[in-house]
Design a protein around this ligand. Structure first.
Ligand SMILES: *[C@@H]1O[C@H](CO)[C@@H](O)[C@H](O)[C@H]1NC(C)=O
Ligand SMILES: *[C@@H]1O[C@H](CO)[C@@H](O)[C@H](O)[C@H]1NC(C)=O
Ligand SMILES: *[C@@H]1O[C@H](CO)[C@@H](O)[C@H](O)[C@H]1NC(C)=O
Ligand SMILES: *[C@@H]1O[C@H](CO)[C@@H](O)[C@H](O)[C@H]1NC(C)=O
Length: 425
């Protein structure tokens, strides 16, 4: 009996069971409609393809992270190691994320703002154990190697394989057939090691905040910073100076937005719900490489190597150039931005537009459509083969914000490149 189980201890498991059974139904539906649409495709294009491609079964599971709690006005910056993930050698087709309360309901952005979430791959010695407690911020030490994406920031900046922010509910993550993110290939993993995944989440509970819209921009003057903040805080580029006015350093775990006087509300438990669809890896799948280009990247060279310097300063910058060592066919591209963005564009070296991603702003109250918030970014799916970045080509990323939102501090372009379009070519 569900009711017999104590809610605080086991809501995660309970929800998990519910989701998994619901998901089995969905899985059947997905496979069916996929086969259906594929057979139409094959019929329409029977002259173009001599060999009809065999339909691929798409698996889908919805997982629920460990829960974490957050109080009115508070920031939660959570890292969870070794989260549940599809097992074996598979190709990920989509990765969709939602923020839910203890009943599994989506939490609207005007209550808890999703600043960002990310998924990062690491390899770890098989006998190492990693804390499962989201409030335990100690990182596993030794014998763990983070695996960053294909480009292009320096050090540990923007290394993730998937990420999004407030736009997560309204932004497609799907990759079209036959492209997929290949994971779990034993050939890439040292004997005695395994691949695991880290989930990072930064949310801000804005219930009762004096100024929600400013607080969610992590503006330092909206937070109750510790008195010695500017003496002790060290960022990616050394000690923080009083010129640092906004950014994640002012949005650390348990920091608090300035509150309306007398506001009271209970703390609450939240969790990340994530839905992954995938195929078993086989000779029909084509792997893609994932890139995150950031407008704050200042690219220089020391003569032999390209040096990236991402997020050095949060001065107004809306455009940056990126030499791409290796190019490929553009399969997917989308901007990651914050509220106020008008568009984000990826240009080729000759000025051609590779992708312009545009925002959707909410108009209602419910989760996914919160008035005034950025709730989605459009995705470009160029006809495979129609857009190609050459090896060594310098691309440009530009993000344009409404004037009142300057200086713009967030402008990333996320995209996937493939080396080939089909195995028959
Ligand atoms: C998971 O994502 C797929 C693709 O976006 C979607 O069709 C499916 O309904 C989702 N499943 C669940 C259980 O939400
Ligand atoms: C883990 O493996 C290493 C060598 O690979 C070994 O030295 C160590 O004792 C092992 N630890 C445990 C807890 O088994
Ligand atoms: C450039 O940087 C790379 C990587 O840090 C280093 O290996 C190389 O020696 C540097 N080259 C010069 C000319 O300084
Ligand atoms: C982006 O928006 C700006 C401002 O509205 C507009 O001038 C520009 O043409 C847009 N860029 C693209 C590539 O659509």
């Amino acid at each position: 009996m569900k009711h017999a189980i104590s809610a605080s201890q086991s809501y995660a498991n309970l929800l998990d069971v519910n989701y998994k059974s619901r998901q089995n139904v969905n899985m059947r539906l997905i496979s069916k409609s996929f086969i259906f649409s594929l057979s139409i495709l094959v019929m329409l294009s029977s002259t173009a393809y001599s060999q009809p491609q065999s339909p691929k079964i798409i698996h889908s599971t919805t997982y629920l992270s460990k829960k974490f709690d957050v109080g009115p006005g508070e920031v939660a910056d959570i890292h969870m190691y070794n989260i549940e993930f599809p097992k074996g050698h598979v190709g990920i087709k989509s990765f969709d994320v939602d923020l839910v309360d203890e009943h599994g309901n989506s939490v609207p952005l005007h209550e808890t703002y999703i600043h960002h979430w990310f998924i990062l791959k690491y390899n770890i010695k098989k006998n190492m154990s990693v804390s499962q407690n989201p409030n335990d911020h100690s990182k596993p030490s030794g014998d763990l190697i983070y695996k960053r994406n294909d480009g292009t920031c320096n050090n540990g900046i923007l290394p993730h394989q998937w990420s999004s922010g407030s736009e997560t509910r309204g932004t497609s993550t799907k990759l079209p057939y036959p492209f997929a993110v290949e994971i779990g290939n034993r050939a890439d993993i040292t004997e005695g090691w395994e691949e695991q995944w880290l989930l990072g989440v930064l949310v801000i509970d804005t219930r009762g905040a004096e100024n929600k819209k400013i607080c969610i921009q992590c503006r330092c003057d909206q937070f109750n910073l510790p008195e010695n903040f500017y003496d002790v805080t060290v960022g990616f580029h050394g000690k923080v100076t009083p010129e640092y006015k906004a950014g994640v350093l002012c949005c650390q775990d348990k920091f608090q937005c300035k509150m309306r006087k007398g506001f009271q509300a209970p703390r609450r438990n939240l969790a990340i719900k994530y839905n992954i669809t995938w195929v078993n890896w086989d000779q029909h799948q084509i792997p893609v490489r994932f890139y995150v280009l950031d407008v704050t990247d200042r690219v220089t060279t020391n003569g032999s190597e390209t040096i990236h310097n991402c997020q050095y300063k949060h001065f107004p910058c809306s455009k940056s150039k990126h030499p791409m060592k290796k190019g490929g066919y553009l399969i997917y591209a989308s901007g990651h931005a914050h509220t106020g963005v008008i568009n984000a564009t990826l240009y080729g070296q000759d000025g051609r537009t590779l992708c312009t991603s545009t925002p959707t702003y909410g108009t209602g109250k419910e989760a996914g459509n919160e008035e005034g918030y950025l709730v989605g970014m459009s995705v470009c799916y160029p006809k495979p083969g129609s857009m190609k970045i050459d090896d060594g080509e310098t691309v440009t990323v530009e993000s344009i914000y409404k004037n009142e939102f300057l200086p713009a501090v967030m402008g990333d372009m996320h995209f996937y490149l493939a080396d080939e379009l089909s195995h028959d070519a």
